[in-house]
Write a protein that binds this ligand. Structure first.
Ligand code: RI2
Length: 304
């Protein structure tokens, strides 16, 4: 959690592969490739829900190419630079598209901290629009505080609320604006725990929900029926040991993310345009075909 937020995780994973490539002392091309795959496998296990992580690893490893260690190393360094550049550009392009949905004087309600979501507000502010925000603190880690700080830096009026006050303030909100850790092929939005409850409340009050998610958040495995694993985090994030002991024998659950079905989401904002959630599968097929390989796995010896 020192590195968090799906886009930031993707950039950090790619950059870690570059460090591995730079520092690897492998004597042969095969040993170098194997070292890179092992590094990618290790990175892959750090966070299970944000698909930007495997998508970043795949981007770099698929482009690892060369007859010598030096050529392989150069190809990794180059594709990491390309990848990080594409991420930055994607967020700027996404922000410009999301900003078109925001009108001068609008109020957004945010959940957690998403750089993709904030890019939409920043672009709207840069267009000269006045935007206000109601920011949910987002238990248990209070990442809403980061959102509040960054919105203030943009000059946005911020009101911080506890998560359970969201429905009370929904009447004053023009858009619910969230990010995503993954988008499934059916248009479901996987995002910080509490997003689905927020979206149900928004639909009940007729408030549109927009999810800002670069295409790196599209989860290709869901094209073939796989579900997205939800990260379960340590119970001490919810309750310290002393308080827990004072309560007595209880179970504590701490899922980090939840799934918002597409019927609660009005638009998924990507750098390729905005999509009704049900149509995002078309974009996924265009970007990934019918599925994807896992280039971090060791090739089967003797296979074709
Ligand atoms: P960006 C975060 O998860 C939040 O759920 C946020 O909506 C999502 O990542 C996307 O963030 P966590 O890593 O990529 O803080 O838009 O658990 O920055």
């Amino acid at each position: 959690m020192e590195i968090r937020g799906a886009a930031t995780i993707a950039a950090a994973a790619a950059t870690a592969l570059r460090s591995q490539a730079t520092e690897a002392t492998a004597a042969t091309p095969a040993a170098f490739e194997s070292t890179m795959r092992a590094a990618a496998r290790r990175l892959h296990t750090t966070r299970p829900t944000a698909v930007s992580l495997p998508n970043a690893l795949r981007y770099v490893l698929q482009r690892m190419d060369g007859e010598t260690v030096s050529a392989l190393r150069d190809s990794v360094i180059q594709s990491v630079a390309e990848f990080v550049d594409r991420l930055d550009r994607a967020q700027v392009d996404l922000g410009a598209i999301g900003a078109n949905r925001l009108r001068d004087g609008d109020t957004v309600m945010t959940h957690c901290h998403s750089t993709d979501a904030l890019a939409c507000v920043e672009a709207a502010v840069d267009q000269g629009k006045t935007i206000s925000a109601i920011v949910k603190e987002t238990r248990p880690r209070n990442q809403g505080h980061i959102t509040a700080r960054e919105l203030r830096e943009m000059g946005v009026d911020v009101t911080l609320i506890v998560d359970s006050a969201a429905r009370r303030y929904m009447g004053a909100v023009d858009h619910v604006l969230v990010g995503a850790d993954s988008i499934a092929a059916d248009g479901s939005v996987i995002n910080k725990i509490g997003t689905s409850e927020l979206a149900v409340n928004a639909l009940d009050r007729g408030t549109p929900v927009m999810a800002a998610a670069q295409t790196i958040k599209l989860h290709p495995d869901t094209l073939t029926g796989h579900t997205v694993e939800i990260e379960m985090r340590d119970e001490t994030e919810v309750l310290d040991a002393e308080t827990r002991a004072s309560i007595g024998e209880i179970a504590v659950e701490n899922p980090a993310f939840d799934v918002t079905p597409p019927r609660y989401v009005d638009a998924i904002i990507t750098e390729r345009g905005q999509f009704p959630p049900e149509s995002v599968v078309t974009l996924m097929r265009e970007l990934f075909g019918d599925g994807v390989d896992e280039p971090w796995e060791e090739p089967i010896q003797g296979g074709n």
